[in-house]
Design a protein around this ligand. Sequence first.
Ligand code: AMP
Length: 418
Amino acid sequence: MAVRYRALRGTRDILPDEALRWQRLEAATRAVFSRYGFGEIRTPVFESTELFTRSVGTSTDIVRKEMYTLTVGDESITLRPEATAPVARAVVEHALHRGIAQGYPERLFYIGPMFRHERPQKGRQRQFHQIGAEVLGAPEALADAETIEMVWTLLAEVGIEDRELRLNSVGDEGTRTAYRAALTSWLTPHLPAMCDDCKRRAVENPLRVFDCKVEADQRLLAGAPKLLDHLTGEAAAHFDEVRRHLDGYGIPYVIDPRLVRGLDYYVRTVFEITSTGLGAQNALLGGGRYDGLVGALGGPAVPGFGFAAGMERLVMTMPEGQAAEARADVSLVALGAPGFQASIAMARRLRAQGLSVASPLSERPLGAQMKRAEKAGARYAVFVGESELARGLYGMKDLATGEQVDRDEAGIVSEASR
Ligand code: AMP
């Protein structure tokens, strides 16, 4: 029996019509990010497993149950579940921190696939794609605010107006130690009523209870002590400054004290931008400050700030009709054997002139060729037959109006390029 293969659960094909929307998003990303001085970095799709366990954190959902890890030879490798750690690795490996030490922050962005073994649902896949940006070597609060402003601008540029910025500070390492103690004593009497994952989190890394997706637990956690009330003076001042810059930009935000984000490396500012149109998985993007990450990976103490945006979710939220349509400029309609022969070279010449041309691959009846012109969404049908070739003039039919004129090849090019 013939086997029918299908894309694996949590993966999908992006077909040409949808790919146009992706291309538009990618083009806008490159245009906007380069205006802010970001250069593109392309890191490998797999890295050593340890890079992720050390950076993302062993008690996070990603490392505990979502990584695609395989052993090849005597190496344990993991398909990247996120790209901040790979970017930090690359910064150290290529000594980009030397420039940083001289006071030039490194601004990098990436676009590419990520892999997490999650339960697929709308807006959640096992292979998904992220656009991300990282600023390395800038401790200033303005780096946080300006990077948020950049992605806010990108959203506007691709037509996403339905967006909400949620902001929090998770403080510094010192803050977290004090807060962890306060949270643990609050959690202890509530734990029996909470899910098994939370019971485990409470022991391993109490802050991670805020990652819980169980609604009853979330309701309960609304009463938990707030990290924001435990900030050190420095962290509080940093947070105030980020807010002042955002106010200056006129970007609205809400403070969400329960926003902790699912990776261990964040300090100080964390943020998320959500959209109501997305349903349960409503986060378009998220990020924050990770001043200790590069050091933890064996590099020098280089502060960092960055975010990652889910491309599937951005594409879903981008308004319809924003994408250009895939349309041929011209569809050649060959009449008879000489017409077909001549159409082969003519298609090549017209394409060399920059036109998008649909052309027959074999002699076909006129009706079939007109259907092809329609399917290609061509603006014009151009008839190529013996008498046309003799005169050097071709019938050029506007397929929207039905109007037909005679044009030579140069005329076809100038008309169809308009
Ligand atoms: P994170 O790297 O977990 O902070 O996620 C950043 C963004 O990536 C999220 O806000 C989502 O838009 C997107 N994202 C994360 N995980 C997935 C997934 N499994 N499928 C689709 N998008 C995802």
